[in-house]
Design a protein around this ligand. Sequence first.
Ligand SMILES: Cc1cc2nc3c(=O)[nH]c(=O)nc-3n(C[C@H](O)[C@H](O)[C@H](O)COP(=O)(O)O)c2cc1C
Length: 216
Amino acid sequence: MNKNGDLSNLRKSYEKGLISDEFKSFSPFFIFKKWFEEAIKDTTILEPNAMILSTINNRQQPKSRVVLLKKFDLDGYTFFTNYNSDKGRSIVNNDNVCLNFYWASLEKQIIIKGKASKISENESNDYFNSRPLGSQIGAIVSNQSEIIESRDVLERKFNELNNYYSKIKPKKPANWGGYIVKPDLFEFWQGRKNRLHDRLEFKLDGNIWISHRLSP
Ligand SMILES: Cc1cc2nc3c(=O)[nH]c(=O)nc-3n(C[C@H](O)[C@H](O)[C@H](O)COP(=O)(O)O)c2cc1C
């Protein structure tokens, strides 16, 4: 970087993989799983399940933030959060969301577009109960995305509840739980030489996934 903040010298050639035409006939869920397994095996990737979640609020403004993928199967992609948070309020307004995984060391990106909906209370309870006590209390203490007076207020509240819950088991707050994103589009991106990257898109047409190769 020069002193003007010019980043034009930051360049990298992508040469670690490819998407062959054979992939066009695969299920996008299968390709996701295959790539996710590669990301797990790569010990340089500290949180392979970290994904960017983008939502649109009631003023049609987009916002992106990182959340952790906690489950995936043919039904969709599940993460947990506070339903009253900024993202929760946006999803009430518009259930169309976008997920993005970028694994730099593999030169891979996966984009998933779909609709988000709440998972069942039972499933959210099961996951909440499996979390460490500190995370459970953290979820109870935090009115996520609300303005707070100070860090102190948060910590005092945490310490009070930490005492309280040393004797009884915390219950999941009603406003905390999972969302599942049911995909209607996948895009798999693999970096290639000379910026001629591979991009394979799968779009849901009724019940059928239609695949296309996209120009980089
Ligand atoms: C690595 C990482 C993992 C995160 N995982 C979650 C998560 O699983 N759920 C969550 O609600 N927030 C998670 N966050 C915090 C969110 O990025 C965000 O700050 C928070 O959800 C509030 O977002 P909102 O105000 O847009 O709703 C994570 C942040 C990072 C950097």
